[in-house]
Design a protein around this ligand. Sequence first.
Ligand code: ADP
Ligand code: MG
Length: 369
Amino acid sequence: MPSVNLHRVSRHFAEVKAVDNIDLAVEHGEFVTLLGPSGCGKTTTLRMVAGLERNDTGSIVIGDRLVSDAAAGLFVPPDQRNLGMVFQSYAIWPHMTVFDNVAYPLSVRRVPKGEIAERVTKALTLVEMERYADRPAPALSGGQQQRVAIARALIFEPEVLLLDEPLSNLDARLRAQMGEEFRALQRRLKITTIYVTHDQEEAMALSDRVVVMQRGLVLQSGAPEAVYRRPASAEVAAFFGTPNLIEATVRGSRPNGEGHVLSIEAALGTGECRAAGTFRAGDKVLVMVRPEDVALGQADTKAGDGQFAWPGRVIDGVFRGPRRTLTVETARERFRVECPASRAMPVGESVTLLIDADNAWALPVSPPS
Ligand SMILES: Nc1ncnc2c1ncn2[C@@H]1O[C@H](COP(=O)(O)OP(=O)(O)O)[C@@H](O)[C@H]1O
Ligand SMILES: [Mg+2]
């Protein structure tokens, strides 16, 4: 399976920089997800890879083949790029059976009947829909229709699969189930996949790598755990859930593994956190702490080595089934804390917020925009 490489690719629509000079490298057999809010340029990026949209600048290489180069005026049309595509609307034809829907791209190319039957059966088997071949397409559930769309995308045995929010029309349960099926199928076929979603949990659950986009730019690209736990900026951090961000000043820094350990001073006290780069004493940082990484001790618990231990009071608790979300007020800021739902935590209780250095991550203070 080939890799996909975008080099300095842009696409503007009048004043709108839909995609703004991005680089993107997808490895052989990798499952990469473009993640970002509506309008950040995900679909436009995917459509440029597909050849449904021309890039204004830069070049796109699939495998060892240059398929688009704006400067050289080179452009390979979509049907010669050997890609499979599935979009948000399944676009299956209601007046046809499942078999005919999947066979369609082959029949319009006048492939012999015997070969069509063989290939359609193979594609339907891949998505476990071979039993439904004779059903009229509208008699299927949303999830089944989406599987038919995937079978059709696989009919030419594409080297790259492009998926644009393929689960967003399904209900939450089916979305989770189909997501797992995608992942299993992609693993089995080892097909290079670019997946688009605005759903962070879906992105993290499915992908080898997540590319976080905003305003036509790539903000960060990395393994799901890296972008979640070690974001490059407050903007990326805030894209995943509701992190606590604490203003602090750096007092010292020492190298540790691939990064650094900072000793910092915040309004509520001192402690240690981790950082990707170097900071100097006196630098301002924002320290990110995920709500599920705040431990709650009894009032007057003392800090362990490098730990933050800040006194607070529970002012709100929301039961969410698997967990409980608490709001804890301190002398300076409010913290969001997630704890197991089984843990009773009455409103009004005095607690100590305990944060380990491993769970505190320094971010640069972003310049005013
Ligand atoms: N054909 C088009 N004509 C004009 N503007 C467009 C067109 N396609 C996309 N855009 C604009 O480009 C930006 C990025 O759109 P899109 O790639 O669809 O974002 P996403 O898929 O992340 O929601 C948006 O501001 C959108 O309105
Ligand atoms: Mg889109």
